[in-house]
Design a protein. Structure first.
Length: 359
């Protein structure tokens, strides 16, 4: 694959890249740069952004030639008091997520899964954590707590102050050239860029993917910064704001039917986000069914065409919702089937469904 095609693939993942020029330099120097993502096992299910969308993005990075490392951040979730701080439960959730990604056709052969609890056994890892902590002020670390779904206004445990130092250390311990995480993780990746060369490491490239918004109405404008970002994205603790990978056909239709989707509005419209980041990544066109009296069926061949049509009022919100539900169910049906046939996955799922979610 040419350098330009590799760049284009990675850029299609990143809503923001720090920086384009550095990414190009990495790809010129390395045929197989190391990219990493990390996830905090923290819920009793896995929503479509964590499951299907993550598989789409990681497969693109692999296709662009990256060697991919996925960090299962069990110690980070423990530090963040997820699943009531029960490490064994956190690890069961992590194992379930892996089974979901297999069902989503993530290119598992080219993904190395690494547990943070294994990193924690190595004193060299903690030396990196300590050096990052010594190079950072408490005020600087507090500005990153959005990565944990927290805000600076909250009362934090000491373990949560340690969390960003651990996450920055992960990058260097894993020898990651590229940090391919969500926009909500951007601030700690910037810390890694700031301290990397000072600590005789390197300045990692940051490819931050878009955070798929929840299905509810966006928060009011008076919420700013991290608070608004946290409120805007999908939440495992608010089941009706997200589509989960094992939701039934009826679940999907019910949630989409009552989702926020104002007429002619394209900004912060979850229905259009699902089309842009998931549906048009998997299909070449959308066939939208409409009664003849409202113009009849439509065939839309690109997301841009869909957005323009919706903005101009040529597509009614209910027709869009019906189509989104139909296409999501079409994409999820084979995944549901694989999971229901996977005894290990279903045993884990039935167990973790009984766990209490703690924020």
């Amino acid at each position: 694959m040419s350098l330009q095609k590799r760049l284009a693939l990675i850029k299609s993942v990143g809503e923001e890249i720090l920086t384009d020029e550095e990414l190009k330099e990495f790809l010129e120097k390395k045929e197989h740069p190391v990219a990493y993502d990390g996830f905090e096992p923290s819920g009793t299910s896995i929503h479509i952004a964590q499951g299907l969308l993550r598989a789409i993005n990681i497969n693109k990075m692999i296709a662009a030639g990256c060697t991919f490392k996925m960090l299962i951040a069990d110690w980070h979730a423990w530090a963040n008091n997820k699943m009531s701080g029960d490490l064994e439960k956190i690890q069961k959730v992590g194992n379930f997520y892996i089974e979901v990604w297999k069902a989503c056709d993530m290119d598992i052969k080219h993904v190395e899964f690494i547990w943070a609890s294994d990193l924690a056994k190595d004193t060299n890892y903690w030396k990196i954590v300590m050096n990052i902590a010594r190079s950072s002020t408490i005020q600087r670390i507090l500005r990153t707590v959005e990565i944990m779904g927290r805000t600076e206004k909250e009362t934090l445990h000491v373990s949560q102050i340690l969390y960003p130092c651990m996450q920055a250390a992960d990058i260097f311990y894993l020898k990651a050239d590229i940090c391919q995480l969500g926009m909500d993780q951007r601030k700690v990746n910037v810390i890694a860029r700031e301290v990397g060369e000072k600590l005789d490491f390197w300045k990692p490239v940051v490819v931050s993917h878009h955070m798929l918004m929840g299905l509810g109405e966006p928060p009011k404008e008076e919420l700013e910064g991290a608070e608004r970002g946290i409120a805007l994205k999908m939440s495992k603790s608010k089941p009706d704001t997200a589509i989960f990978m094992l939701d039934t056909k009826d679940d999907v239709e019910r949630k989409i039917k009552k989702a926020y989707c104002p007429e002619k509005k394209v900004e912060e419209n979850p229905m259009l986000e699902y089309c842009k980041y998931i549906i048009f990544e998997k299909v070449h066109e959308m066939n939208i069914k409409r009664p003849e009296k409202f113009g009849g069926n439509l065939t839309i061949k690109s997301y841009r065409e869909l957005e323009e049509m919706y903005k101009d009022g040529k597509l009614h919100p209910m027709d869009l919702k019906t189509a989104v539900a139909e296409y999501l169910n079409m994409l999820m049906n084979p995944i549901r089937k694989k999971l229901h046939e996977n005894k290990k996955a279903m045993k884990l799922y039935e167990e973790i469904r009984t766990f209490e979610i703690t924020r």
